[in-house]
Every structure is written in C-alpha cells, then in structure tokens.
Design a protein around this ligand. Structure first.
Ligand code: SAM
Length: 424
C-alpha cells in the first residue's frame, strides 16, 4: 500500500455519490465505492472537514457492485453510480433523501413512499450538453475542465448517440466551439442543437454546417455565448421548437425552454404530481412550458403559471391553447414577484419546482403569509428541499408525503415530490 493510500470500510453513500467512511477520527468521502465494502483508497485532497479519496482496489466488494456498463465511467464526470446495480442506486438515494430530511429538515420520520424507478436505466436522456475542447467532443472529468472524449454516452437516447459523429465533424469546422446542447423529440424524431462559442460564428458558416454536416432531422441550430450560467442567443437558423407528448398532452418546447430530460418518466411524473389534487385557485411558480400546469388545470378551476424564462412562458401559453386548456394563464415573472403580486389572494394550491438552489428566504416568507392549503414541492436537491421544508413545518404545515422519482439513473441526482398541507 502506498503512502497516499488508506484502507477504509464504507458505511453508506452520501449526496454527491460518495461513499462515507471514518478512520482515526477523520471523515473520508470515497468516489466509486459502495456501502459496506472494504477498499483501498487513494487520497485525492485533504479538505477542512473531510478527505476526498477514490477507490484504488476493492478488497471486500459489495454484493451490489457491478462492472460499470460505460467504458468512460470513472474518467468522465457525468455518472457517479454505474458501479452499483440499479436497485441499490435507488435504495441508496431513498436513504439519502430520508437522512437529509431528518438531519437538515429536522423531520423525525419523513413520510417517504416507495420510490418510483426509472423505466429506462440507460438511454433515457433526450437533452444532452456536450463539452468541446480543442475540437474534441465529450464531457468534463469530475470537478475538472479536462475533456474526456467520447464515442457515445449510454445515458443518452440512442438517436442522440447516432448524432455524435456528425457533432464531431462540426467541431472541426466551428472555431473555439465550447459546448453543444442537443434536444431530441421522440415524437417528431427531430433535433434542435445549440452551439456555444466565445465569438460569434459566421452565419453563413453555421448555415453550411447545418446543411452539409448535420442530418436533415436536425431542424434548428442556434449560435450562443455563455457568461457563467447565462446563455445568450445570438441568432437561430431553422425551426425554433419541437413538439413532445407527455401525460396525454402535446407540448411545444423551444430550444431555450426547460424540459424534463428523462422521457421514460414523463407520464409517471405528471401522475405523481396531479394525483388526489383538486382546487379552486392554484399557482405554478416554476411552470416551464406548462409540464405540470396543463395536467393540473384539468383537475381544478383555475391555475396561473409563472416562470422567469420568457421562452418557457411563450411555449406554455401556446401549449394551453393547442391542448384546449382554457382555465390556465401564464405570466413571465420571478417567483418572488409573482407571489408578492398575489399577496391577498386565497390560493388552494401552490406548485414549486425551483432550480437546485431551492427557494429564497423572501419566497418562503410570502408563502407562509399566503398560506395556500396545499403546497406541492418538486425538488432536484434534497439539501435545499429539507431546508425549505423545515421552514414550512415550523410555519404550521404538515408533510403528508414525500416520494423519490429517479429521473437521473447512474448519477447522484435526487428528484422528489413532497406534499404539504395546512388547516386554514
Ligand atoms: C426545474 S425547472 C421546472 C420547470 C417545470 N416545472 C417542468 O417540470 O418542466 C425550473 C424552472 O424554474 C424557472 N426559474 C428559475 N428560477 C426562477 C425564479 N426565480 N422564478 C421563477 N422561475 C424560475 C426556470 O426558468 C425553469 O423553467
């Protein structure tokens, strides 16, 4: 054993996909390890509260360990859990959700229901963001800007994988290409592609790329810049949106609008949010293109959807019309501003589906002032969910149920639906 190695027994997985181990009063977070196994781990970095390490040799393996199906697993930073069988991935995520709600949310016995497994363990993603560096296409290593070039990604829909050789061609032609975002519609069998570069790509070059190097089913391409997390469109060529079917509705989704990535769970996700719901007036504060708003409109009197992204709101408004939903309206608004403008109204239901950062302090305060009878909280981050739930419970709400829905197999990401109720 080298000086930089340590032998550890892994207790359990924690959020981020790491195995937690303790040795000599030190906490280790071990990449690519499994609960209950004994490993030799290489120390990567000593941090203030813990040491980051990576499995070098598995001495006593977990019975749930498997050969990762993807050849890039361990070098590509996209997946953290491929070395575990799928059942274990889901049960570990459920344990992490329970533990986070107890520890951060101070919820003694979170009312967790049986997790919803993904119908597809692989090939489920219809949106993929590829990185490009030195004209090579792939993904970044975990926590690094170093590119791992790939031929295919087992998480991506097979039609997206079939597009990769074409994207590699394009990467040879567009100078300083940084990212390629692909959105695929299984309904239409068509693609939209966004190219992100630091300097504008000549429009005639992008037209040529679209016509000569991409298949005809790439119906729209866009030229974008990125400043930190903010993408800005410079121009677009061709069709700007695709249609997809989910939960009995048809949704128009523009290249700039959010849409859930795991198509095998679209119907199930909608069912989980809508089940048992009825209302006179509801608000969907992060409505996107109306993914939950339209199905909710069918079970209530009137719903207002809002989103800070104008592209999503335009799509949602259009979607209400084509699906003949006439009791839903949409406004472009920040969640806080929207809640503030509805200050005195009696709301029966508020649906929340915020980004990973969860809700802001002021948003939580306004919700507690308004006190909708029911809050449905769709979350992609158990830590911010637990923080926010703690405030709602203190404010008089009861947590009726929480359910994991595994939208992101092979990765550490934890999506869930929580339902809260208060007596008014
Ligand atoms: C996780 S997506 C969910 C969208 C939709 N519920 C769905 O399932 O398709 C989050 C949405 O919140 C929007 N958003 C982010 N920050 C926001 C804010 N402060 N106020 C309102 N909407 C916001 C984004 O534009 C995005 O459409």
């Amino acid at each position: 054993m080298s000086e930089n190695s340590v032998r550890l027994t892994v207790e359990k997985l924690v959020y981020g996909g790491y195995g937690l181990a303790r040795e000599n009063n030190k906490v280790f977070l071990v990449r690519y390890s499994a609960p209950k196994e004994f490993v030799e781990a290489e120390i990567l970095e000593e941090k203030r509260d813990y040491t980051e390490a990576q499995v070098k040799k598995v001495i006593i393996p977990s019975p749930h360990r498997r050969e990762a199906p993807c050849p890039y697993f361990g070098s590509c930073g996209g997946c953290q859990l491929q070395h575990l069988d799928y059942e274990t991935q889901v049960s570990q995520k459920n344990d992490i959700l329970r533990e986070t709600l107890s520890r951060i949310g101070r919820i003694a016995n979170p009312p967790l229901q049986d997790p919803i497994r993904s119908d597809l363990e692989f090939g489920y993603r219809v949106r993929v963001q590829f990185k490009v560096k030195n004209q090579k296409v792939g993904f970044f290593r975990l926590g690094e800007k170093e590119l791992v070039e790939i031929e295919e990604c087992p998480l991506a829909h097979p039609r997206i994988n079939a597009l990769i050789p074409h994207l590699k061609e394009v990467a040879q032609r567009i100078r300083e290409l940084q990212e390629i975002h692909v959105f695929y519609s299984p309904k239409e069998d068509k693609f939209l592609v966004r190219f992100i570069t630091p300097i504008e790509t000549d429009r005639s070059l992008l037209e040529k790329v679209k016509d000569d190097f991409l298949p005809k089913d790439v119906v729209g391409v866009g030229d974008y810049s990125r400043l930190r997390l903010i993408l800005t469109k410079r121009y677009w060529i061709g069709t700007e949106y695709l249609f997809v079917d989910a939960g009995g509705f048809t949704y128009r989704v523009s290249g700039d609008s959010f849409f859930q990535v795991n198509y095998s769970l679209w119907d199930r996700f909608i069912q989980e949010v809508v089940k048992g719901v009825s209302f006179r007036k509801a608000v969907d504060l992060h409505c996107g293109v109306g993914f939950f708003t339209l199905p909710l409109a069918k079970v209530g009197n009137f719903i207002e959807g809002s989103d800070s992204n104008p592209s999503a709101v335009n799509d949602a408004t259009y979607n209400a019309k084509v699906n003949q939903v006439d009791n839903a309206v949409f406004v472009k608004a920040d969640a806080y501003r929207h809640l503030k403008s509805r200050g005195g109204e009696v709301l029966d239901l508020v649906l929340l589906d915020p980004p990973r950062s969860g809700l802001g302090d002021k948003e939580r305060d306004l919700l507690l002032q308004n006190k909708p009878e029911r809050i449905i909280y769709v979350s992609c981050n158990p830590s911010t969910l637990a923080r926010d739930l703690k405030v709602f419970l203190k404010g008089g709400y009861t947590l009726e149920r929480v359910r994991l829905i595994d939208m992101f197999p092979q990765t550490y990401h934890i999506e869930s639906v929580s339902v809260l109720r208060v007596d008014r």
